[in-house]
Design a protein. Structure first.
Length: 309
């Protein structure tokens, strides 16, 4: 019996040797990207997707914009080097929101529609988890430290508005494609962060002066300046104002839709406008040439009586 147990022990070790798991494959940037998306989608949204491929490249802003579609969800990604972007295409967006709201994937391909603030609220935690997983998994690879200062920010309303948010810089852009588990449906996610600007020589006074001038200009141009649109001004006695009643009308002599005046906080003129509508809302169109300025309007001598009086 002892010999049989010994022989069996040897045979058992030989059998186990054939099925013993080998060493984990080395982590590469593309593998880190695939694992990061898979774990983030599963952990936060409960979506068991399968990452298919990943890409890593440096491109200009124009090339980045060409990769995006109008129905994608766009989230700002502030970093130490400027504002970046995380974009989620429509199929992946529908899968992430569907799993978190209904607990299932939509059976049909989603109809094209603009993403909403609710979509952004559901996807932002997944995006944050993707960043966290990527920073941790990329240690020891070419992506080590990349995105360490990044965080998920506000939603960008549409693709056209991206040009006002993203800097005119080179971007390092990574992308991941994934099978969503239904038919042949696939989704994509893109993370693009601005490349650091090349450092200038510390002793170059001209460079330092240019940097100071640019910083001053940026701060001044980003300052908030209140502007008022004035259609008409008048002076009335307090006794007249106390007599106001619902339905009463005030006559505004000389007022036209083209007589809107734009004023700064100190009432200095900054432009002229025309009153109108845009998208069902009241709007003001800035005129190219200033219209003749209206003179002061004398106080009305009479007020129209309330309707029905």
């Amino acid at each position: 019996m002892a010999d049989e147990r010994g022989e069996g022990s040897v045979l058992w070790r030989i059998a186990l040797r054939g099925v013993r798991p080998g060493p984990e494959p080395p982590v590469t940037p593309t593998r880190a990207l695939r694992i990061a998306l898979t774990r983030a989608a599963e952990r936060v949204a409960g979506l068991p997707l399968t990452a298919l491929g990943a890409g890593d490249e440096v491109s200009a802003l124009a090339d980045l914009m060409a990769r995006l579609e109008d129905d994608w969800l766009f989230l700002q990604v502030p970093t130490a080097d400027g504002v970046g972007l995380l974009a989620v295409d429509a199929p992946l967006l529908a899968a992430l929101t569907g799993m978190q709201t209904r607990g299932t994937l939509p059976e049909q391909e989603p109809e094209p529609r603009p993403p909403t603030a609710a979509d952004a609220a559901l996807c932002a935690p997944v995006a944050s988890a993707f960043l966290e997983e990527l920073v941790r998994l990329a240690a020891g690879t070419a992506l080590e430290g990349w995105g360490a200062s990044a965080r998920i920010g506000a939603r960008v309303a549409d693709r056209r508005a991206l040009g006002l948010v993203l800097p005119e810089r080179q971007f390092r852009m990574v992308s991941v494609s994934a099978w969503l588990g239904v038919g042949e449906r696939q989704g994509n996610i893109i993370l693009a962060l601005p490349e650091p600007e090349a450092p200038h020589p510390a002793g170059d006074a001209t460079t330092r002066g240019a940097q100071w001038t640019r910083a001053l200009s940026d701060n001044v141009l980003s300052a908030t300046v209140p502007v008022s649109a004035i259609l008409h001004r008048m002076r009335l006695p307090l006794s007249v104002i106390e007599g106001f009643a619902p339905g009463q009308e005030l006559r505004l002599p000389g007022v036209r839709v083209t007589s809107v005046r734009l004023e700064a906080a100190d009432r200095s003129p900054v432009g002229q406008g025309r009153l109108g509508q845009s998208g069902g809302m009241r709007a003001l169109r800035i005129e190219r040439e200033a219209l003749p300025e209206l003179g002061p309007t004398p106080a009305p001598t009479a007020l129209a009586a309330p309707r029905g009086a």
